[in-house]
Design a protein around this ligand. Structure first.
Ligand SMILES: Cc1ncc(COP(=O)(O)O)c(C=O)c1O
Length: 324
């Protein structure tokens, strides 16, 4: 990847003249089956641009309560686009169609216009849960003309876990984004794809948000390597996460964590002492984090080896929080 970055041919992407960025955008658009794509510095920016092009101030977005665009973007959708969220339960990683339709139905009860639906696949806080493409299709069909944005920061984890192609997953969505960082190992960058006319507007919004880069081909080159060579290896991350999930389930039976719910690269479980557990395990060399009060999260990636998984097992076999 670093070699590809060093050898990349670059131009000025502010003028659409960086051949490596153009190649990356075309490649992603092809993979997800959309007309056009846009390379942006981060996943948050990809989501924020989607919100900008799919809503107007005062609109409502329906989304799962735990989704990144709702809970982990520092209120950016309100700040950048003057929209609000109507959130529905997504504890298990998916939203119920009936919940989403209830929000939309409330327009008839003097409630604000529901401009779009945002879906996260895989769904991070529930433990990297992949959507069933049939459920996603049913949701998109049921909301009719309303655009659907797919936050596929980890879309390829869902692809590898389920065998559903990225294009099949993206088909019901108006716009789709994916992070090249995270499991795909690129140092920087995300992609947003959708209809060409929307992506032209997205290009303007990227500029407004300060996300236009110049000789960005040096980063896009890493992105091409990510798309070409890092997708299949996600299966290794998933296998290791599943083993780590088993270790956590045995170490903390009181959490009632079902390791079978770990289907991709995220081990997430609820525990009253989650923060303490995370802090104390970090001191022992097992690094994770919390994503909500009383919810711990551990993630596998290319830097986590089988030896590391064995190490986690050894640490957890002996581990007792100091004030259990
Ligand atoms: C589901 C999801 N969407 C969006 C993002 C944002 O990506 P970035 O950190 O590149 O801004 C993340 C990051 O963790 C994420 O998990």
């Amino acid at each position: 990847m670093r070699q590809a970055m060093a050898n990349s041919i670059v131009g000025d992407d502010g003028y659409g003249e960086d051949p490596t960025v153009n190649a990356l955008e075309a490649r992603y658009a092809e993979i997800v089956g959309k007309e056009a794509a846009l390379f942006v510095p981060s996943g948050v920016m990809a989501n924020q641009i989607a919100v900008r092009v799919l809503t107007r101030p005062g609109d409502v977005i329906v989304a799962g309560r735990g989704q990144h665009v709702v809970s982990f973007e520092m209120g950016a959708s309100a700040r950048n686009s003057s929209v609000q969220f109507a959130t529905v339960d997504d504890t298990d990683g998916v939203m119920l169609l009936s919940d989403v339709l209830d929000v939309i139905d409330a327009e008839l009860d003097h409630q604000p216009h529901v401009a779009m639906v945002a879906v996260e696949n895989t769904h991070m806080p529930s433990g990297g849960t992949p959507w069933d493409v049939n459920d996603f299709r049913a949701l998109a069909n049921a909301v009719g003309e309303r655009p659907v944005h797919l936050d596929g920061a980890r879309l390829f984890n869902a692809v590898v876990a389920t065998g559903t192609s990225a294009a099949e997953y993206a088909a019901p969505a108006t716009t789709v984004m994916t992070c090249l960082s995270k499991g795909l190992c690129a140092p920087v960058g995300s992609l947003l794809a959708g209809p060409a006319v929307l992506m032209e507007r997205a290009r303007v919004e990227r500029k407004r948000l300060g996300g236009t880069m110049r000789q960005a081909g040096v980063l896009a080159a890493a992105g091409l390597v990510a798309l070409d060579t890092m997708i299949d290896r996600l299966a290794d991350d998933h296998g290791r996460a599943r083993q780590i999930a088993d270790h956590f389930a045995s170490a903390f039976p009181e959490s009632h964590y079902d390791p079978a719910t770990c289907r991709t690269n995220i081990v997430a479980f609820s525990h009253p002492q989650a923060r303490q557990i995370v802090d104390e395990l970090a001191k022992l060399g097992v690094e994770g984090g919390t994503v909500a009060p009383r919810r711990a999260r551990f993630v596998t990636h290319a830097g986590v080896t089988d030896d590391d998984v064995a190490f986690v097992g050894e640490v957890l076999a002996k581990f007792k929080p100091t004030t259990r």
